[in-house]
Design a protein around this ligand. Structure first.
Ligand code: NAP
Length: 315
């Protein structure tokens, strides 16, 4: 039995855990398979305050983890397979074990959406990737494509300019959704071409991996082929809420519904970060909602036990 279990180890999860552990609550964080979440796989985070030259996402998440451990957060690398929120204390089941908690903070984040075209799944790990920071290294001096026109697509395109010989950004419209500064940087690199009004219809290759993409211009219907060794897909995110369907209020886009105390529809269950943030999925926002969730979980347990914060000896 733990007082607080945090599910997920991105910025929201670690922040919530730091707050509850500093409130002297026994806190367990179940990390999921990618410790550090999406932020931990981001090459450069330039808009998280306090780092004037930006910070590498992996380093930032390592620092958050060390900080959590300093306050005796128990960090367990395991993936949650089921939760039972129908009874208090709540039950959290992983591959290896069953845990119980007085309060739960859900910080399971979001995962990249798939394109859903033939060849995509077949070539994952052999040319199709959703993480330039993880896999970009394999494409040194090779031509690659990036699919999508949002901030993620353009940030990762700019990262890939350090590695790949050429990057073709394939976007389904004739204007990017990404911030102009990212487009300007890509254009200045001299390594980036844009295929506007274009979608990928198939990923093609052989035993050795991806060789080309089938493209279709959505305005002219013209079909073409683009020779690449890799394709990085950034077409938006899908919140990781499958475990909670039928147990918590979830909105029409699949995000957990929270109030400004990060409370969900079940008392004692809080959610923070991208799993409940459709509009502003930022590290700074995740940290903020994680802090609120941690404090709200402390308040919930204090009220449950009839204690106030000063009696706990916390600030
Ligand atoms: P996003 O902003 O939703 O962009 C997704 C892109 O993929 C859009 O350009 C969209 O096209 C395109 N797309 C969607 N479905 C597609 C499909 N089936 N085929 C082809 N293209 C498709 O997603 P994101 O870039 O992952 O960013 C998610 C959120 O995180 C955003 O709010 C973003 O601002 C934020 N973010 C911020 C930073 C930063 O501040 N530095 C970095 C990364 C992400 P349309 O434009 O036509 O819809």
């Amino acid at each position: 039995m733990h007082e607080v279990i945090v599910i997920g180890s991105g910025p929201a999860g670690f922040t919530a855990a730091i707050y509850t552990a500093r409130a002297r609550l026994s806190t367990l964080i179940l990390t999921g398979h990618a410790v550090g979440g999406q932020a931990g796989q981001t090459a450069d985070i330039e808009n998280y305050p306090g780092f004037k030259d930006g910070i590498n996402g992996f380093e930032l998440m390592e620092a958050m983890q060390e900080q959590a451990k300093r306050f005796e957060v128990e960090v367990v690398v395991d993936t949650v397979t089921a939760v039972d929120l129908s009874q208090h204390p709540f039950t959290v089941t992983t591959h290896d074990q069953e845990y119980q908690a007085q309060a739960l903070v859900i910080a399971t984040g979001a995962t990249p959406r798939k394109l859903g075209v033939p060849g995509e799944l077949e070539f994952i790990g052999r040319g199709v990737s959703y993480c330039a920071t993880c896999d970009g290294f394999f494409y040194r001096d090779l031509p690659v494509a990036v699919v999508g026109g949002g901030n993620s697509a353009l940030e990762e395109t700019n990262y890939l300019t350090r590695l790949a010989s050429k990057i073709t950004v394939i976007h389904r419209r004739d204007r990017l959704r990404a911030e102009p500064i990212l487009q300007e940087r890509a254009e200045r690199s001299g390594k980036v071409d844009f295929e506007w009004d274009t979608v990928v219809t198939a990923v093609e290759g052989d035993k050795s991996g991806v060789k080309s993409l089938r493209l279709r211009n959505v305005k002219t219907d013209e079909e073409s082929s683009l020779t690449v060794d890799g394709v990085f897909v950034y077409v938006g995110m899908k919140p990781n809420t499958e475990l909670f369907r039928g147990q918590l209020n979830i909105d029409e886009w699949g995000y957990i519904v929270t109030d400004r105390h990060q409370r969900t529809s079940v008392p004692g269950v809080f959610a923070a970060g991208d799993v409940q943030e459709r509009i502003y999925p930022q590290v700074a926002v995740a940290v903020g909602t994680g802090a609120v969730a941690g404090m709200a979980a402390d308040k919930f347990i204090s009220e449950m036990e009839g204690l106030t914060c000063p009696e706990r000896g916390t600030t």
